[in-house]
Design a binder for this molecule. Sequence first.
Ligand SMILES: [Zn+2]
Length: 212
Amino acid sequence: MTPEDWLAFRFDCGAAWLNFLATRGRTFSPNPVERLATPDRLAAWLRQCDLSPASPPDRDDLRRAWEVREMLRALALAAVEERPPPPAAVADLIAFLAGHDDPVQLIAGDRLGREPPATTARALARIARQAVDQLTGSDRSALRSCPERDCRGVFIDPPGRRRWCPSPACASRGRVRALRARRDGTTLGPTDPAAANPRRRSGPAGSGPGAA
Ligand SMILES: [Zn+2]
C-alpha cells in the first residue's frame, strides 16, 4: 500500500460512527495511522458524511474529535468483547452529550434532510449518538472486531462470517499467518477470530469470505 492509501478515509465499516473509529488505523501498533491529522482533514471527513458544520473545525475541534473517537472506541471494544464498559469512557460520553444537545430538525426537499450541525462538536455528538443507539440496542450483536492485534477495528457484520475488518491489509496479513500456521501444524493463537469474536457463528473452518 502507498502512503496515500494508508491515509485514505475508510467508509467500509458499516456505519458512520465505525468509519469514524477507522480514521485512526493500526490503533494498537507502535505507529498508528492518523487520518485526521489536521482540522482540514476533519472538515473533509465530515463533508463526506454530510455532517459539515456551519463553521469549519479548528485545532480545539480536532482535539475533541480525537477524544470522542477514542472514548467511542473503548466503549465499542468493550461491547464486542462482552466486557463492562470502562467507567471513565461512560462518564466522558455522558458529559459530552449533555453539553451538546442537538434537536432533530428535518428538512423535506428532494430527499429527507436534516439541518447541518451548527458546530463541529454537534457533528461529533451526532456520531456519538449513533454509537449510543447501536451499543445500547439489539444491533450491537452485529458488531465484530478485527482479530489483528494492532488493528482491533470494529465493524458491522450481521451474518458473523467475516473474519477480519474490511481493510485488505488485515485480511492478507491474517491469511498469511493462517497459511503459515497450517503449514507448521500450529494453531492461530490469540488472533484466532473465533476467540476474538465469541459471538461469531461457528461454521466449517475457512468458510468465511475472508478465509479464501
Ligand atoms: Zn483490521
